[in-house]
Design a protein around this ligand. Structure first.
Ligand SMILES: Cc1ncc(COP(=O)(O)O)c(C=O)c1O
Length: 371
C-alpha cells in the first residue's frame, strides 16, 4: 500500500485523521441496503448518542451531507408554523441559522451578541420574556468564527425556566468539549463526521431527545430530504437512511468512533488543550495577539490578529505554510483582521511546536521580527 502523506491541518475541520481512519474507507464494495451496513450505521448512531446522552432517551438521526445540512434539517423540521425561534447570533454560524429560518420563512427573533464577549444572559432572558409565542431557542456551542465558547449550560437553564425547546449546533465542540444533553436541557444537538470525531467529511448527526422529536410528527414537511422525523422513523424500522448514504465515509466514521472511545472525550480534550496552551505560549513569545480572552476560549480554534507590517499577506503566508505541510485558515470576523489556527484532529503539541517554528521564520521574512 502506498504511504499516505501526513498533512497537518490547522483549519477547523475536516481535520487530520489517523491512517487507520483513512484506510477504513478501502473496504469491499457493499450495497448499503444490506443488513451488515445497516448494523454499521446503527452502531455509529448509538455510539454517537452515547457520547452525549442515554440511547434510551436520545437518538441520533444521520444524514448524508455536511454539517449545515443537519442544522437545516433540525431547524426546518421541529418548529411549527405556529411556533417561533430565538436565535443567538454571535458569529458566522449563528448568522447561518438565521439564513436558514429565513429561507423556510420560520418566525424568528434574533438576539445579537458580541462576537468576542460572553452572552449577556440577563438581556437574553429579558428578550425571551418579552417575546410572545416563543417555542424554541437555537444557538452555537462553540463559535468557530472566533473560538468563543458559549455558555450552553446557563442558556439551557433559562430555556427550562421558560419552557422553550433548546437547539444547539455543536459542530466544532462535539467529541471534544463534554456535553450532557439531559443535564444541559438540550433537545437537539447538531454535529458532523469531520471535526473532533476525526472522521471524513460527509455525514451529519442530529442527536435528539426522542420524546421531543416524537412531538414533531404532525409538523408538515418543509423539505423532503432534510426531514428529521421522517428519517428517524425510517431508521428505527429499517436501520437504513432514506436516501443513499456515503458508504465508505461510514466505515471511516466507525473507526473514528472506536478511536474516540479509546482516547475518551476527556482525553481528547486534554490533548487538544495541551496543543492550544503550546500555541498560546508560542504566540505570546512571538508578540502576536489573539481575539478571545482565555476565560471564554474553547481551546480549539484561535483567531490571531494579523501582524501589522506592509509585507504581510495572508495568501502568501498560507502558501509558505502549505509547502511545508501545514494548512492554515483565513479569519472570518467583521471588524478584526485575523487568521485562524485550529488544534483539532490527530495532531498534538509537537505539531504545534513545529508550526510555531515555521511561523517565526515567516515573521522574520516579512520583517515583523528580527532574526
Ligand atoms: C459551528 C458550525 N456550524 C456549522 C458549520 C457548517 O458545517 P459544514 O461546513 O460542514 O456545512 C460549521 C463549520 O465549520 C461550524 O463550525
Amino acid at each position: 500500500m502506498k504511504e499516505i502523506k501526513r498533512n497537518i491541518l490547522l483549519n477547523p475541520g475536516p481535520a487530520t485523521t489517523t491512517d487507520s481512519v483513512k484506510l477504513a474507507q478501502a473496504c469491499p464494495d457493499i450495497c448499503p441496503r444490506e443488513q451488515e451496513f445497516g448494523d454499521l450505521m446503527e452502531y455509529c448512531a448509538t455510539e454517537i448518542t452515547r457520547f452525549v446522552g442515554n440511547p434510551n432517551e436520545y437518538t441520533t438521526v444521520l444524514f448524508g451531507g455536511s454539517g449545515t445540512a443537519t442544522v437545516e434539517a433540525i431547524l426546518n423540521s421541529v418548529i411549527p408554523d405556529t411556533g417561533k425561534v430565538l436565535i443567538i447570533d454571535n458569529g458566522a454560524y449563528g448568522k447561518r441559522m438565521c439564513q436558514i429560518t429565513s429561507v423556510y420563512k420560520i418566525p424568528t427573533v434574533v438576539f445579537e451578541s458580541s462576537s468576542i464577549e460572553p452572552i449577556d444572559l440577563n438581556a437574553l432572558e429579558a428578550l425571551i420574556e418579552s417575546t410572545d409565542g416563543l417555542t424554541h431557542l437555537a444557538m452555537i456551542h462553540h463559535e468557530t468564527t472566533t473560538g468563543l465558547l458559549n455558555d450552553i449550560t446557563s442558556v439551557g437553564e433559562i430555556c427550562k425556566r421558560h419552557n422553550v425547546s433548546f437547539i444547539v449546533d455543536s459542530m466544532s465542540g462535539f467529541a471534544a468539549i463534554p456535553v450532557d444533553m439531559k443535564a444541559m436541557n438540550i433537545d437537539y444537538l447538531a454535529a458532523s463526521s469531520n471535526k473532533n470525531i476525526q472522521g471524513m467529511a460527509g455525514i451529519g448527526f442530529a442527536i435528539c431527545n426522542k420524546a421531543t422529536l416524537e412531538t414533531t410528527a404532525s409538523i408538515p414537511m418543509r423539505s423532503l430530504y432534510l426531514n428529521l422525523y421522517a428519517q428517524y422513523v425510517y431508521f428505527e424500522k429499517t436501520h437504513q437512511t432514506r436516501f443513499t448514504p456515503p458508504v465508505q465515509t461510514f466505515y471511516a466514521l466507525k473507526q473514528a468512533i472506536v478511536e474516540t472511545l479509546e482516547e475518551t472525550i476527556e482525553g481528547r480534550y486534554a490533548r487538544y488543550t495541551k496543543s492550544w496552551e503550546t500555541l498560546i505560549a508560542g504566540l505570546d513569545a512571538l508578540g502576536l495577539e489573539y481575539l478571545i480572552d482565555k476565560k471564554y476560549h474553547s481551546k480549539i480554534i484561535t483567531s490571531i490578529i494579523e501582524p501589522k507590517v506592509d509585507a504581510y499577506n495572508f495568501n502568501e503566508m498560507h502558501d509558505y505554510f502549505f509547502e511545508k505541510g501545514f494548512t492554515i485558515y483565513p479569519g472570518k470576523v467583521n471588524n478584526y483582521d485575523t487568521f485562524r489556527i485550529s488544534n483539532i484532529g490527530q495532531i498534538d503539541y509537537t505539531d504545534i511546536e513545529a508550526f510555531l517554528k515555521v511561523l517565526k521564520s515567516y515573521l522574520v521574512q516579512i520583517n515583523y521580527l528580527n532574526n
